[in-house]
Design a protein around this ligand. Sequence first.
Ligand SMILES: Cc1cc2nc3c(=O)[nH]c(=O)nc-3n(C[C@H](O)[C@H](O)[C@H](O)COP(=O)(O)OP(=O)(O)OC[C@H]3O[C@@H](n4cnc5c(N)ncnc54)[C@H](O)[C@@H]3O)c2cc1C
Length: 494
Amino acid sequence: MHILINGGGLAGALAAVFFLQHTKQVTVVEKRSDIRKATAESGRSINLILTSRGLFALRQVNLEAAALKLCVPVEGRSIHTQQGQEQFQPYGVSPNEVNYSVSRTQLNAMLIEEAERRGARFFFEHELTSIDFSNNCASYKCPSGTLSMRADVIFGADGVGSPVRQRMIKQLAAEGVKASETMERLGISYKELTFPHVVGEGNKRVYAMNQRGLHIWPRGAHFLMALADKSETFTGTMYLPDGSAELAVPSTGVPTFDDLKNDASQYEALIAKYYPDVPKLVPDYKQQLSSRDHGFLATLRTTHWHYKGQVCLFGDAAHGVVPFFGQGMNLAFESVVVLNRFISQHGLSKDGLETAFQRFFDHHYHSAVSIANMAIENFTEMSFKVSQAEFLKRKQIENAVESKFPKLLRSRYYMVTKTLIPYQLVQAAGPRVESCINDLQALCASKNTTVDKLPDEVVIAVIDKHLTPFFQEHRIVVGDTAMEYYPPSTRSKV
Ligand SMILES: Cc1cc2nc3c(=O)[nH]c(=O)nc-3n(C[C@H](O)[C@H](O)[C@H](O)COP(=O)(O)OP(=O)(O)OC[C@H]3O[C@@H](n4cnc5c(N)ncnc54)[C@H](O)[C@@H]3O)c2cc1C
């Protein structure tokens, strides 16, 4: 049984480790050069947030500890106002409730290393050019010319622009199946900005800002954010409107990356107007911003993820989401767990795989759609709401109730990032949590008091009205370790 995975990014490399449980013949083919030999500058150095679902997937193949070694814990959001003040908003109600910042390059390199050590074969600098579906043969352009490889099953883990997906959809169409994909632009593009370390006492490298915060400069229709990595630097990302779609917050007067034309003086004006504390933190910001390319953000929605037990997509190739919930990789890792579970159940025969792929689609599709939609909504939270007094008031109420009744009410953010509750149930629970906060806010206003002074039975009655029946119906037990996931370093304290 030969399994071929096209794409050795995060999901492809992790899947290779999982699939080695079924066969010794796992080949991963990657278009880029070996990320283990790349310098941080030449790789994609964006730091990613790793949360419950990603950690859980890594734990299934004993890689959680290795991943955590690469991570910096992040305890909350550090909001930078336009006036230069910084305000910390913790993520949770206990110090255990942290996220993890990890370098994409380092995590990917670790996964490739492990997959190779356990027996997978990797081919780098091989770019897929075609698939012959009649005998499941993939052809590649490579430094030595061309290469063709036959496999019993070909997986597309080749990212949001997936060449496997594009070829599969064409093949389905040629066979009369109505298959389609849409790339829904968000109206936002991004560019990376590296925040260097500073030199502290004893000539030691130190972080220029608090490394335990996800730093956000919210400015309405645009924002800047930065996440720490292990090397005392921060990877920042600047998000600007690009005019491809209308935003919930007006963007009049805000330039696009195209308007700025990679002109250093234009970036100087933008930074001086909206991000005046940046020049001190990133002395070479003009050079960085005017020399780097920008990328656009989109949600990928596709009707088909597999073809006849021969080809199957997972990770961004099946469901690309925008990054504002920090869940794309976490969802991709969860997709590997779910797909692998169905392959284990139904076996590696062609029929078995066909059933496994269909069950994977049926099970995971709605999860992917739900987190895709929540991630779109969260753009406004990160770029705008986090700086609004009303948002902070509601957060205070939510935090106070979560602290006192952690088994009755948890925020949507908590359910996405700290539990394994299916995303579609989290999305459905979200408005119910909001209704609880609305009622509690109204009660506090009418009694001229704060939520911690309301009698317990009053608070519980509100939760029981809006949320408890939903949790009961779906057997969601917050505080249950099967639903919540903490890494080992904090698990014993929970
Ligand atoms: C700005 C930004 C911030 C993000 N932040 C977060 C975050 O905080 N948390 C989070 O969970 N997610 C985040 N994400 C999303 C995350 O990066 C993706 O969901 C994740 O990388 C998906 O992994 P993947 O392996 O499916 O795809 P990819 O990482 O894109 O890997 C696909 C691989 O396929 C290879 N490939 C492509 N074409 C070919 C070909 N023709 N032949 C062979 N190989 C090919 C590519 O070179 C690549 O290595 C962020 C994304 C962006 C853009």
